[in-house]
Write a protein that binds this ligand. Structure first.
Ligand code: KG4
Ligand code: ZN
Length: 332
């Protein structure tokens, strides 16, 4: 069985072909980064227009690179939300049009389920598992019990972790997206130079909060003017160290609340960060948990994850009726 995945919920127009045998036959991601660069973040209107202009080419490329024609596709899986609604609409309308013209079954996939299930494509990971989902828009702990069963154990009370990386980068003039820029500069810095607060340390729940850390970053910059290149590197390293400490502290509580098979999965764009991976790796080992993280290329947004999650959900509960609506908000 071959699945065509389509993703357009943020600033990447993506299409991919995956097989039920866990083969990634193609993975095309058209990034809009350059179009948003001058604005320091994603501009929804620009994103939607850009998805419209490249979506058909991206899908054609994905089919071509997979050496597959539409006749050989058995299922179309499209991100039905959550995300920037203009972009989600572009993907959904395109997927519906192809499904209507070809009679290929269509499934609407929650973008977060895509991140959550990727690891079952790249590794042998059985249900249930504890998931730390850390992206630009989401930051939560989930117990993943089946393709459709997610138990929310905790989430951020304010900013997502990726957002905190992006805002830190913006304050330091490092451009968007901030995560990779902060990680790169942190390598040149002293992680103990700035004493930033570890959010919610020791609290009995496993929620996150990053707004206090963001404020501390801003105050550090304003009270240490002029802020030179070494200061910037030291602040990036200090910020990343504290983000790791926060995750380590919350992980203990999440494990207690999860109380099931010792498997930990980390997913979402921030999971691409090697320094945080190292911290999580050590913590997981200390608690006797086996850790699984998708390869960097599949941590950030892509359509492979939508194709795979669509396949798993289709096997579980079948296709989606064609009259579904794209949505901006959709909790797992
Ligand atoms: O999952 P994703 O591609 O899009 C969303 O669904 O949000 O995640 C994007 C987020 C951005 O905030 C970006 O700065 C962050 O992931 N990110 C990173 C790294 N690579 C991407 N954060 C920290 N370190 C990285 N290497
Ligand atoms: Zn994402």
């Amino acid at each position: 069985m071959k699945i065509l995945g389509i993703e357009s919920s943020c600033d990447d127009t993506a299409a991919a072909v995956v097989s039920c045998n866990k083969e990634i036959l193609s993975n095309v991601v058209w990034s809009q980064l350059k179009q948003h660069a001058d604005f320091g973040g994603v501009v929804p209107e620009i994103a939607a227009r850009s998805h419209v202009s490249v979506m058909d080419t991206v899908i054609e490329s994905a089919l071509e690179q997979a050496n597959t024609s539409l006749e050989e596709i058995d299922l179309i899986a499209v991100t039905g939300g959550p995300g920037l609604i203009g972009g989600v609409m572009v993907g959904v309308m395109t997927a519906k049009a192809i499904a209507t013209a070809t009679n290929i079954p269509l499934i609407s996939v929650n973008h977060l389920a895509g991140h959550a299930l990727t690891v079952r494509l790249t590794d042998e990971v059985a249900y249930p598992y504890l998931l730390l989902l850390i992206s630009g828009g989401h930051c939560q702990w989930l117990a993943v019990e089946s393709p459709y069963d997610y138990r929310l154990l905790g989430a951020t009370l304010d900013d997502a972790l990726g957002e905190a990386f992006d805002k830190t980068a913006k304050m330091l003039g490092l451009g968007y997206p901030g995560g990779p820029a902060v990680e790169k500069l942190a390598k040149e810095g002293d992680a103990h130079r700035f004493d930033l607060p570890i959010p919610l340390k020791g609290q009995p729940h496993c929620n996150f909060s990053f707004s206090g850390l963001k404020t501390a970053v801003r105050e550090t910059i304003t009270s240490n003017q002029p802020f030179n290149e070494q200061d910037k590197a030291d602040l990036c390293a200090s910020f990343q160290r504290v983000a790791g400490k926060a995750i380590a502290d919350r992980l203990k509580r999440a494990i207690e609340l999860y109380d099931s098979e010792p498997r930990l999965v980390v997913a979402g764009g921030v999971a691409a960060n090697q320094a945080l991976r190292k911290v999580i790796d050590e913590q997981a080992a200390q608690h006797g948990f086996e850790l699984f993280v998708p390869p960097v290329k599949l941590c950030t947004d892509n359509a492979v994850m939508i194709g795979w999650a669509g396949y798993e959900q289709y096997c579980d509960q079948g296709a989606t009726s064609l009259d579904f609506e794209p949505v901006a908000r959709w909790a797992l």
